[in-house]
Write a protein that binds this ligand. Structure first.
Ligand SMILES: Nc1ncnc2c1ncn2[C@@H]1O[C@H](COP(=O)(O)OP(=O)(O)OP(=O)(O)O)[C@@H](O)[C@H]1O
Length: 511
């Protein structure tokens, strides 16, 4: 299955939607580069087209691209060389023909990377570069003052619903998908300005239906979502077990969707032991949903619903007050709805379960979402590499967990590094292979050591296959794991601003 965000990546600037001013400014910057010779910072939220615009610009200008990101080990020499070497050939050919565009992705992350000599060295290169450089960043103010001052700045804003809809419509037409206009609008509204997620959502939903209707877009219809927000309030804060179950009959969501809403919002109010209990019920609910999928026996929905409503309400130990900002299920949870992505999710979960000695349900419901938030957009690169190494993730799996495009050089370089780390670990530890096997079998409380290091090279090869159904056989005494994972998840949220490698030692700390 090709990833539509890659397939429909704009190949010319005029195909970059929703940021006309920024787009024009970028073109103008490139066309006048000989006069000012400054680098440009393109910044804005994830998925609004910054990187695509830089590549499209290069294509329009006929400039070959050299792309690097802050986490790339090739380091500063490369930029130095590219900038220098290209300038020489520029002189030789006596004109612009030796020109190329250097794209520095994750430019807000350089300070954390010693290979580059920190942001000062990058600033120096940027200042003296003899080639046009585009620095792409999410967090403008995470870049040093001097770096910011050395560059021109262009902001990409969140893409409006009005601009997202036509992109989705074009894709539907090219993919021969029937759609209701309202369905596209609902997808666009749900993604709050992130065009990449909108395209991803469209693909996920299109896989599971013949004709896109507004109803397919779980979170789309206003009536439904209002109902669900009220219900979340009742379930999480007010009602007892029976009340929560009864009130759920009026909610216009299938249990498959409802569980995503609950799973994503319950942790905003629950903590500690009650959170662990509630996760236990959600795991049970998810097992019942799995049985429904496997057997098409829809009467099992009842048990799923009992668990996710009455169970969650009964787990509440203290009364909850105040107002909580509940939100629609993340793209990640919604992904579970299409078969292709469910398979990817379950394959990853089964390897996690294998390695951590947890049940597959725990891996899927507790550990994976948590990893997804920790490694969102690969911001914490080190951790992402650890994860890819520990669970032997390939590009599409890293992309699935992190939400970054799978063909991006960020993801590719992470997978390469993870492979290198795994090979290193296999050699170092080959003498202790049995010891490791014994340890990783029962002991998932391992903390300080990097998980990649403790991995026997041949232990995981079976994990990818045995994904379906075998979670029933496993013990489900995972309340501790769940509680621990989610406590840590709360901590991690605060730091989710591209703070890079701040001494996080690895997945073993969290699972
Ligand atoms: N403005 C846009 N016009 C057309 N397509 C877009 C636009 N923004 C995003 N997309 C789609 O989303 C995909 C990802 O966009 P892109 O990687 O350029 O976003 P980004 O802003 O660089 O995000 P990040 O900061 O996460 O790298 C593109 O391949 C394309 O399919």
């Amino acid at each position: 299955m090709t990833d539509w965000t890659e397939k429909y990546r704009p190949d010319t600037l005029s195909a970059v939607r929703g940021n006309d001013k920024a787009r024009d400014a970028l073109r103008e910057w490139a066309e006048s580069w000989d006069d000012h010779r400054k680098a440009v910072i393109v910044h804005g939220s994830p998925g609004v087209g910054k990187t695509s615009a830089a590549h499209a610009l290069a294509a329009d200008m006929n400039w070959p691209v050299m792309e690097l990101n802050a986490s790339d080990h090739r380091g500063k020499d490369i930029i130095d060389r590219v900038a220098g070497e290209a300038s020489k050939s520029g002189t030789l050919t006596g004109g612009t023909s030796g020109r190329r565009l250097v794209i520095l992705d994750e430019a807000d992350n350089f300070h954390g990377n010693a290979d580059y000599g920190g942001s000062r060295a990058v600033t120096d290169v940027v200042k003296s570069a003899s080639q046009p450089i585009v620095l792409v960043a999410n967090e403008f103010y995470d870049m040093s003052n001097s770096l910011r001052n050395a560059c021109k700045t262009i902001e990409f804003r969140d893409v409006s619903t009005r601009s997202i809809v036509p992109v989705l419509r074009d894709i539907c037409r090219k993919e021969d998908i029937e759609f209701e206009a309202d369905a596209l609008r609902a997808i666009a509204e749900n993604t709050s300005g992130d065009l990449r997620s909108a395209v991803n959502d469209l693909q996920a939903i299109a896989e599971s239906t013949e004709r896109l209707t507004e109803d397919d877009v779980v979170t789309g219809s206003r009536d439904t979502t209002e109902g669900i927000f009220d219900y979340l309030d009742e379930l999480i804060k007010e009602k007892d077990a029976e009340g929560a179950l009864k009130a759920s009959y009026d909610v216009d969501e299938t249990p498959d969707d409802l569980i995503n809403w609950i799973e994503d919002n319950m942790p905003k109010d629950y903590a500690g032991a009650e959170l662990a209990d509630a996760y236990g019920y959600l795991s049970n609910a998810d097992r019942w949903l799995g049985r429904v999928r496997a057997t098409q026996e829809y009467s099992y929905w009842r048990y799923a619903t009992d668990n996710m409503t009455a169970g969650v309400a009964a787990s509440r130990r203290e009364s909850k007050g105040g107002w909580t900002r509940y939100g629609p299920p993340s793209y990640w949870s919604k992904l579970g709805r299409s078969r292709g992505s469910r398979n990817t999710r379950d394959a990853i979960a089964s390897r996690i379960a294998d390695r951590e000695g947890a049940s597959i349900a725990t891996a899927r419901n507790d550990i994976l979402p948590y990893l997804a938030s920790m490694t969102h957009h690969c911001h914490n690169r080190d951790l992402t590499v650890e994860m890819a190494a520990a669970y032997e993730l390939d590009e599409s799996e890293v992309s699935f967990v992190t939400g970054s495009g799978k063909d991006t050089n960020k993801v590719e370089s992470i997978v390469e590094d993870a492979e290198a780390r795994r090979e290193g670990a296999a050699v170092e530890h080959s003498g202790d292979a049995f010891l490791d096997a014994v340890r990783s079998d029962g002991d998932h409380d391992e903390t300080n050591e990097s998980t990649a290091d403790s991995e026997p090279a041949n232990q995981q090869t079976l994990a990818g296959d045995g994904q379906s159904g075998d979670d029933e056989d496993r013990s489900n005494s995972d309340a501790d794991t769940a509680g621990k994972a989610s406590d840590d998840a709360a901590d991690s949220d605060a730091g989710d601003g591209g703070d890079g490698s701040d001494g996080q030692s690895g997945l073993g700390d969290f699972v």
